[in-house]
Write a protein that binds this ligand. Structure first.
Ligand code: CTP
Ligand code: MG
Ligand code: K
Length: 181
């Protein structure tokens, strides 16, 4: 695969996993998932992981996957690069996996004594990749093997932190997020 083709496929295929984090920021609020409970003197997850944010994030990811699936044939022929349509299991693996990765990261942050909103370099940028890709491979094995070739995975690992940092700085500057990470 040519480099540009790999980048386009990686970005398109990951969009349903990218959007949930940003949508959760907009949808967040209300009851925290851990219900305020603590473990070892620290919150299990913290106030930054809410039911509303999680549901909003997953729904946004699924909705985007549906839109991209409708657009895929036309975009593919317009740009001359085959981009994937999403099967339902693939969309669920990507969107739910992204939110699950973010929740697991918060669990790790609390266990390592980090307060809500504290930076955790590396984990903050790749938590959703680390969970969404295996979950998608599990839920939609054939689809995953077709699209997530090794070169696409490599691009995802390099591209995701860059996109993550960029979108979070923008969200911070717009006053949507409390910290620029
Ligand atoms: N959010 C949410 N539910 C989620 C994820 C995010 O409600 N599952 C909302 C919260 O309002 C959260 C904001 O999005 O504060 C930013 O998300 P994130 O940076 O992941 O949370 P933090 O507040 O930084 O908390 P943590 O330290 O646990 O990551
Ligand atoms: Mg944060
Ligand atoms: K996070």
């Amino acid at each position: 695969m040519a480099v540009l083709e790999t980048i386009v496929v990686a970005f398109w295929a990951m969009l349903p996993a990218y959007v949930p984090n940003n949508a959760a920021v907009l949808a967040g609020g209300g009851r925290p998932i851990d219900g305020g409970r603590e473990w070892g003197g620290r919150r299990v997850l913290g106030d930054g992981k809410t039911w509303r944010g999680t549901a909003g994030g997953i729904l946004a990811g699924l909705a985007l996957a549906a839109v991209l699936t409708v657009l895929a044939p036309e975009v593919s022929s317009a740009i001359g690069i085959d981009v994937p349509a999403f099967t339902a299991p693939a969309a669920i693996g990507l969107a739910a996996g992204a939110m699950l990765g973010d929740i697991l990261a918060s669990f790790l942050k609390r266990r390592t004594g980090r307060q809500r909103g504290a930076m955790f370099p590396g984990v903050d940028q790749l938590d959703f990749v680390v969970v969404s890709l295996p979950l998608t491979a599990l839920f939609a094995t054939e689809w995953f093997l077709e699209w997530f070739t090794w070169d696409v995975i490599l691009v995802v690992v390099v591209l995701t932190p860059i996109l993550h940092v960029t979108t979070n700085v923008i969200a911070y500057k717009l006053g949507l997020k409390n910290e620029p990470w």
